[in-house]
Design a protein around this ligand. Structure first.
Ligand code: NAP
Length: 255
């Protein structure tokens, strides 16, 4: 793995699953890392790994105050703007647009789509301001990564409303990539298939039916499998952009 000693990172949804694995690996690789999630106690446990290099900003990742709080904390921690943002916080929702719980729709769109877009936009603006009017080859890697999903590309039999929120994320990230890439900023979409985490229970999947689905393709991905792919993309030389990664358990035929 590339080392991340020079990097100043922000990771949302770092209290569990993929975000936690990313934050741990970045810290192990030498990065300074700002971590966010709503469960502050879990973030405090993460900070224990290295209180000098990991700073918590607890709160709802969709709130502008929290978004700017994370970016300010990164600037304080690193002495310059963040150069590695992972917009990871998210949640699933059982069901399709016809049979999912409509009362949950706003929250699903708010955290998966709007929170990710706001953090991406705010962090790209700061990165661009730091780059200034320099328009040569990028001197250092700057990354903004967002978690999409295989179900943002392929209709899910379990969660197609959530899939629609992820499809929007893919399109937004591609739009931002086109604008930010020429300024040396890499906007990368990561699209995992089935990953065993707290995601399944938060989404309200039927444990028996989804458990059987997962067993049919075992072993499913671990959060660490996804984090390794994210860090692989961010560890490329500044002039190389691996801008989309779809990764599945080998035995996942669909979605
Ligand atoms: N697991 C999968 O199969 C899978 C597949 C494809 C894509 N993904 C995507 O990957 C990302 C991570 O999922 P995961 O599998 O790691 O799920 P997870 O284990 O449930 O973790 C989700 C994380 O997001 C945080 N979070 C949720 N709502 C938040 C909010 N409003 N503000 C701040 N943090 C919030 C949670 O922390 P708190 O509850 O403490 O706030 C938690 O740390 C999500 O975007 C998900 O959609 C997952």
């Amino acid at each position: 793995m590339a080392d991340f000693i020079e990097r100043v990172a922000v990771v949302t949804g770092a209290s569990a699953g993929i975000g936690l694995a990313c934050a741990r690996m970045l810290a192990e690789g030498g990065a300074r890392v700002v971590v966010n999630a709503r469960r502050a106690g879990r973030l405090d446990e993460l900070v224990e790994i290295d209180p000098q290099r990991i700073k918590p900003v607890p709160g709802d990742a969709a709130e502008p105050k929290v978004i700017h709080g994370m970016l300010d904390a990164a600037r304080e921690l690193g002495g310059r703007e963040t150069d590695l943002v992972i917009a990871n916080a998210g949640r699933g929702l059982r069901g399709s647009p016809l049979d999912s719980d409509e009362a949950e729709w706003e929250d699903v769109l708010r955290i998966n789509t709007l929170a990710a877009a706001k953090l991406m936009r705010a962090s790209i603006a700061r990165m661009m301001a730091e780059v200034g009017d320099y328009d040569g080859p990028p001197k250092q890697p700057r990354d903004v990564v967002v978690l999409g999903s295989t179900v943002g590309r392929n209709l899910s039999p379990f969660s197609s409303f959530y899939g629609a929120a992820k499809a929007a994320v893919h399109m937004m990230a591609e739009a931002m990539r086109r604008e930010a890439g020429p300024r040396g900023i890499r906007v990368t979409t990561i699209e995992p298939g089935v990953v065993a985490s707290e995601f399944q229970s938060a989404a309200g999947y039927d444990p028996k039916a989804f458990g059987e689905f997962m067993a049919s393709m075992a072993p499913v991905l671990t959060p660490e499998d996804v984090a390794r792919s994210i860090l692989f993309a961010c560890g490329q030389p500044a002039g190389v952009h691996l801008n989309e990664i779809m990764l599945r358990p080998t035995r996942q035929a669909y979605p």
